[in-house]
Design a protein around this ligand. Structure first.
Ligand code: 13P
Length: 257
């Protein structure tokens, strides 16, 4: 395991109304009391954020949103700003998830604007990248990942500073919601390349300290082997984050508490 504090984040996607949100957060909070060597985050849909914040109370659960817009305010129907997310108690925001990139045509250039606006407002962005099955089969994984990093973190490259408030999530598209997890070795190989890219584009110190999460069919059964990899610092969990009996054992890396 890496020396960075691991982060286990649940991306609830378009699931969980107020009551389900409250129940799941209570179950997580009760069970992670006393666990201080791992950070835990939930990212409910926008409409459940306020309820989630209320239930989190003074527990250590971190609150994230699943998207935001880069402009501070204005005529952007249906969009949410960083300040609005801070206002309801979010500390984090997931940006550039492959579902947003593929289904909603979000580009790396848009992710870059969002990541920059998030950091400027004081939110911690979790920037998602990852290749499709076709790209992997064509041997383009590293090329695609590097291109996404370059474009999605362009503002930071121009400023020559990558803040440690940024987290990167490597989520191979072919492993999301498919039950097909990348093997620990496949994931580690890409995480190592991401860390090297950070060192090459910024500096060694930030590359050592910045967290890189793995996402894609993470479950209690595979969490431990993935988390043991030296460059994997936690997980971005989709389906298995919606049930306490699946999410809790991932938080403890498959080990009983
Ligand atoms: P699954 O864990 O359901 O594969 O989803 C992963 C994901 O997209 C997290 O952001």
């Amino acid at each position: 395991m890496s020396r960075r504090t691991p982060l286990i984040a649940g991306n609830w996607k378009k699931n969980m109304g107020h009551e389900e949100t409250a129940g799941l957060i209570r179950a997580i909070a009760e069970n992670i009391a006393g666990l201080d060597d791992v950070d835990v985050l939930v990212a409910p849909p926008f409409t459940s954020l306020t309820r989630a914040k209320k239930e989190i109370g003074d527990s250590r659960i971190l609150l994230g949103a699943q998207n935001m817009h880069w402009e501070k305010s204005g005529a952007y129907t249906g969009e949410i700003s960083a300040a609005m997310l801070l206002d309801v108690g979010c500390t984090h925001v997931i940006l550039g998830h492959s579902e947003r990139r593929i289904l909603f045509k979000e580009t790396s250039e848009m992710v870059d604007l969002k990541a920059n606006a998030a950091v400027e407002a004081g939110l911690n962005p979790i920037v998602c990248i990852g290749e499709t099955l076709e790209e992997r089969e064509q041997g383009k994984t590293f090329e695609v990942v590097r291109d996404q990093l370059e474009k999605s973190l362009n503002n930071f490259r121009i400023k020559k500073t990558l803040p440690l408030s940024v987290t990167i999530a490597y989520e191979p598209v072919w492993a999301i919601g498919t039950g097909k997890t990348a093997t620990p070795a496949q994931a580690q190989e890409v995480h190592e390349a991401i860390r090297q890219w950070i060192e090459d584009n910024f500096d060694k110190d930030v590359s050592i300290k910045l967290r890189i999460l793995y996402g894609g069919s993470v479950k209690p059964e595979n969490a431990k082997d993935l988390m043991e990899m030296p460059d994997i610092d936690g997980a971005l969990v989709g389906g298995a984050s919606l049930k306490a009996e699946l999410f809790l054992p991932i938080i403890t890396f498959g080990e009983p508490r």
